[in-house]
Design a binder for this molecule. Structure first.
Ligand code: HEC
Ligand code: HEC
Length: 220
């Protein structure tokens, strides 16, 4: 018993990566885009915040935690663990550019739209499509796997988003979207909502699509 308290510590970047997030969706970077083991020690050009030659932040610097609840969410996550949202402005302020023209846009355009021009830039490609209709048992993994498509160095897609997301719960009445499909999970928002910001998404064509996390290249 005596050794148990000595092992209790705040999650390090390695804990967050190795215990959960690297393998989310079945492969490093597969579901969570650039989240793979490179993030333990990324070059500045890949992730300016986590790099030791950049801001040298930890996951928890942005994903602040309170009573074991962690701030931040993806579009495919149902509950918000902590009401406090992660905002670039928490550290950079609402007018970060010292340039009136650039700062005039921050109310309607999310910082990530400009600062994350590409994603899946690390060594591992990210999953862009899976077809559950053609799932087969895989003798290598002994799992029932759908065919999947992977790609790297992708340009995000953009939409106005209000920060909330929809998650279809089994038993809810079926309401088809204008395209005739049922939205199982996805972000909400519309250009007419004053609080919606133009934001970016990694890839809406696959289930479990997410936001993109953290800027790599700087704006210079
Ligand atoms: C917990 C604090 C924190 C948060 C939150 C944060 N940043 Fe940063 N950011 C920093 C620090 C510190 C640096 C300086 C790193 C350096 O230049 O060495 C930085 C650097 C940057 C740079 C590079 C600037 C340059 O001159 O090279 C960009 C771009 C950037 N952040 C964008 C963002 C965006 C977009 C968000 C929101 C998704 C964000 N930051 C959230 C702390 C933060
Ligand atoms: C510079 C700030 C910053 C740092 C550092 C950071 N994140 Fe994030 N992360 C974000 C933001 C912003 C989001 C989007 C959250 C939102 O929209 O509520 C996010 C989202 C996520 C998501 C959800 C992605 C999705 O769409 O499903 C995961 C998982 C995640 N981060 C894990 C990590 C891990 C693991 C680390 C450390 C290796 C880390 N983050 C470091 C800012 C950061």
């Amino acid at each position: 018993m005596g050794s148990v308290p000595a092992n209790i510590h705040k999650p390090t970047n390695s804990t967050c990566l190795n215990r959960c997030h690297v393998r989310a969706g079945g492969s490093p970077g597969g579901k969570q885009r650039d989240i793979d083991l490179t993030m333990e020690n990324p070059p500045r050009t890949l992730d300016v915040h986590l790099s030791a030659s950049g801001a040298n932040l930890s996951c928890l610097s942005c994903h602040k935690a309170k009573n074991h609840r962690i701030a931040g969410r993806g579009n495919d996550v149902r509950e918000t663990d902590l009401a406090k949202k992660i905002a670039c402005a928490d550290c950079h302020g609402a007018a970060p550019h010292r340039d009136y023209d650039l700062d005039a846009h921050t109310g309607r355009v999310d910082c990530t739209v400009y600062h994350i021009p590409r994603y899946a830039r690390g060594p591992n490609p990210t999953e862009t499509h899976r077809d559950a209709r053609r799932a087969k048992s895989d003798p290598a993994t002994l799992r029932y796997e759908p065919p999947r498509v992977f790609a790297s160095n992708l340009v995000p897609e953009y939409l106005f988003r209000n920060g909330d997301s929809h998650f279809y719960k089994f038993g809810d009445p079926v309401q088809l979207q204008p395209n005739g499909r049922l939205l199982l999970t996805g972000p909400l928002g519309d250009i007419r909502e004053p609080s919606a910001k133009r934001s970016l998404l990694s890839n809406p064509t696959r289930p479990g699509w997410g936001t993109i996390r953290s800027p790599g290249a700087s704006c210079r």
